[in-house]
Design a protein around this ligand. Structure first.
Ligand SMILES: Cc1ncc(COP(=O)(O)O)c(C=O)c1O
Length: 345
């Protein structure tokens, strides 16, 4: 059967017709000379929306985190990360490979929060046996805790704990707008407590490529230098940035639909035999659920035969709603899951 619903990730989204038109018509220049007016507009707009001085367009969320860390921690420095965060688990150890920066993982609670006492305990005393701690990294929404959101107050509490020791604070906001829309707040409230932040254009915002890094002007200059070192100084990249401008105007409020669809999906899944899931915990577009040990790959394979595409696994599976998934697709998925689980569970 053809794939009808692809919920492997929100990265599978395709650009909207309005984005394609804007990309076709984009005014461009050489961005390494800072001459691309579309990139400049996107960077300024994103920085303004997130309440920071300046912005930098980068190729991916991974690259955004990488340049953010490398601009704020030197070779031999240490950064504090959550043990379930994307930087620590899913970015191929890039900050260590390319920057010789040590990552110190701290236990993450089920809401994606790092407790203040754990942050305090993680900071190394000044001692030449130890790597100096320079940066605290947090993540919102939190992918591995099923898209949990962190409030402005909880963000401030974590940031304050780091600041007590002179740390700077970086927010991996790959899905930052999901976190803001879910809480019904301005995204600035989530970025105010941190020094630097990234968000992805290529996830729920549905652009084909790109992320934005924001912070003060000095930091952005340094992050731009690291982007160049990484070989990612791009030229007429306004072609791509044009989609980002459309996304910031037209794709943010729409994310509420993705959250409604995710909640409906979670409520339906929770009723099926063999599925472990609390729908009350689903507040954005990521639905993670437990299945009997060893059945995840089989469930994913059977679902694919029925036209629903998700990643496999052992006892944990994930479905992610996005611009390409509507309410009927959720009905279709739940029907397919009912069939599959009656075979497997
Ligand atoms: C929380 C988080 N940060 C960063 C990234 C990296 O983004 P990219 O895939 O664009 O490199 C992801 C991707 O899924 C993510 O979920």
């Amino acid at each position: 059967m053809d794939i009808r619903v692809d919920m492997r990730s929100d990265t599978v989204t395709k650009p909207s017709p309005e984005m394609r038109k804007a990309m076709y018509e984009a005014e461009v220049g050489d961005d390494v000379y800072r001459d691309d007016p579309t990139v400049n507009r996107l960077q300024d707009k994103a920085a303004e929306m997130l309440g920071k001085e300046a912005g930098l367009f980068v190729a991916s969320g991974t690259q955004g985190n990488l340049v953010s860390v490398l601009a704020q921690a030197q070779r031999g420095d240490e950064i504090i990360v959550g043990d379930m965060c994307h930087i620590f688990n899913s970015e191929a150890g890039g900050v260590s490979v390319l920057g010789s920066v040590v990552m110190y993982p701290v236990k993450t609670d089920r809401h994606g929060i790092l407790a203040s006492d754990l942050i305090h305990a993680a900071v190394k005393p000044r001692d030449y046996h130890k790597p100096p701690t320079k940066l605290l990294c947090i993540e919102n929404s939190h992918n591995n805790t099923s898209g949990q959101v962190i409030s402005p107050q909880a963000t401030k509490t974590m940031a304050d704990a780091g600041r007590e020791h002179g740390l700077r604070v970086h927010l991996d906001g790959a899905r930052l707008f999901n976190a803001a829309v879910s809480q019904g707040i301005d995204v600035k409230e989530l970025t105010a407590p941190v020094d630097t932040a990234t968000f992805c254009l290529s996830k729920g915002l549905s652009c084909p490529i790109g992320s934005i890094v924001v912070g003060d002007a000095d930091f952005i200059e340094e992050a731009g230098r690291w982007r160049k070192i990484l070989g990612a100084g791009m030229r007429q990249v306004g072609i791509v940035a044009a989609a980002g401008l459309v996304a910031l105007d037209s794709m943010v409020d729409r994310m509420a639909d993705d959250h409604v669809n995710a909640k409906k999906l979670a409520e339906g899944l929770a009723e099926l035999p063999g599925i472990a899931l609390d729908p009350n915990e689903i507040v954005t577009n990521i639905v993670r659920f437990g299945v009997p040990a060893g059945t995840g790959d089989k469930i994913a394979a059977h679902l694919k035969e029925q036209g629903v595409y998700i990643n496999g696994g052992d006892a944990d599976l994930r479905m992610v709603t996005h611009y390409g998934v509507d309410s009927e697709d959720i009905d279709f998925t739940l029907l397919a899951m009912r069939n599959v689980m009656s075979e497997v569970a």
